[in-house]
Design a protein around this ligand. Structure first.
Ligand code: IPM
Ligand code: MN
Length: 334
């Protein structure tokens, strides 16, 4: 919030904020991890900036009372079907990464977010048998693949589609559909396919080969945590979920209950998510400035513990804020 307010001041635009509960606190207050008031507010806004949900206090909850159910319902409610997870590794973070090949990696994982096995029916658990269904129809694949191709047009012109078409019918349809769209509309883009198991290995062996990676909900969930080892911490990764009416912006990390309340959580994932939100709202210069503030913190070694530093959440945020202040031209000084 400090940084968004700083950005609005420096770049002379205004934002109206409203705060609503989701996850554990919402459950405690209303008995529902996504209360009606939150639903109503989120469908009547331009953008939703989300903190992480969940914690040990609510781990025993099941079904629709789980904190995660609130998050999944929100994604579905907003029809935010395209989850963009950019991962770029500046040299200063590459040196800290456990993955030796990571410096210079720069990719976006485009994860399908409102379908697949997360939402497929039938699902359930009865009499010692549990079932989940991985399901996609052609239209769902086309719309997510189109987002990936368009993104590649604006980046380095290459898409890797990740599936398990050597085993799954759903993946066979995925691959055929991605290729049909590619030859009809995007044949100037370089398209490669990888099986998800091999993609996991390549992401560690040779992460710089990836530009845009497009994949199904569950595969994208797993690969994005794997890719988080490249910059050295899940704490730096932002995400944007788009496609519906309002964009949904959330860091990739969870609620990190072991360090909650200590003021030492890495704010970069949340700050960079706010930057993606600013881009979405048409404030590209402000978004750029926020990002350069984060780069500055990295280069100056103002890092939280997850990245081997000792800075507090507030100290990292302050470096980014200074960057906003540097932009601010006081009219009375002219
Ligand atoms: C993520 C998270 C969520 C997911 C959980 C919290 C439901 O892991 O955003 O990657 O699986 O999508
Ligand atoms: Mn995840």
């Amino acid at each position: 919030m400090r940084i968004l307010q700083g950005a609005a001041e420096a770049f002379d635009f205004s934002m109206d904020f409203a705060f609503h509960l989701v996850g554990g606190e919402a459950l405690d207050a209303t008995g529902d991890p996504l209360p009606a008031a939150t639903r109503a507010a989120c469908t009547d806004t331009d953008a939703v900036l989300l903190g992480a949900v969940g914690g040990p206090k609510w781990d025993h909850e099941t079904g629709p009372r789980r904190c995660e159910a609130g998050l999944l319902s929100l994604r579905k409610l907003l029809d935010a079907y395209a989850n963009l997870r950019p991962i770029s590794v500046p040299d200063a973070l590459g040196r800290l990464s456990p993955v030796a090949t990571s410096a210079g990696a720069d990719m976006v994982i485009v994860r399908e977010l409102t379908g697949g096995i997360y939402f497929g029916e039938p699902r359930g658990n009865a009499n010692g048998t549990a079932i989940n269904t991985m399901r996609y129809d052609r239209e769902e694949i086309i719309r997510i693949a189109r987002i990936a191709f368009r993104l590649a047009e604006a980046r380095n012109g290459s898409v890797t589609s990740v599936d398990k078409s050597n085993v799954l019918e759903v993946s066979r349809l995925w691959r055929d559909t991605v290729h049909a769209l590619h030859s009809e509309e995007f044949d100037q883009i370089e398209l490669a396919d990888l099986y998800v198991d091999n993609a996991a290995m390549q992401m560690v062996l040779d992460p710089r080969r990836f530009d845009v990676v497009v994949t199904a909900n569950l595969f994208g969930d797993i690969l994005s945590d794997l890719a988080a080892t490249l910059p050295g911490s899940l704490g730096v990764l932002p995400s944007a979920s788009v496609g519906g009416s309002a964009g949904l912006f959330e860091p990739v990390h969870g609620s990190a209950p072991d360090i909650a309340g200590k003021g030492i959580a890495n704010p970069m994932g949340a700050i960079l998510s706010a930057a993606m939100m600013l881009d979405h709202l048409g404030e590209a210069s402000a978004a750029h400035q926020v990002r350069s503030g984060v780069t500055e913190a990295i280069n100056r070694g103002v890092l939280t513990r997850d990245l081997g530093g000792s800075a507090s959440t507030r100290e990292v945020a302050s470096v980014v804020l200074q960057r906003m202040a540097a932009m601010h031209v006081n009219p009375s000084a002219i």
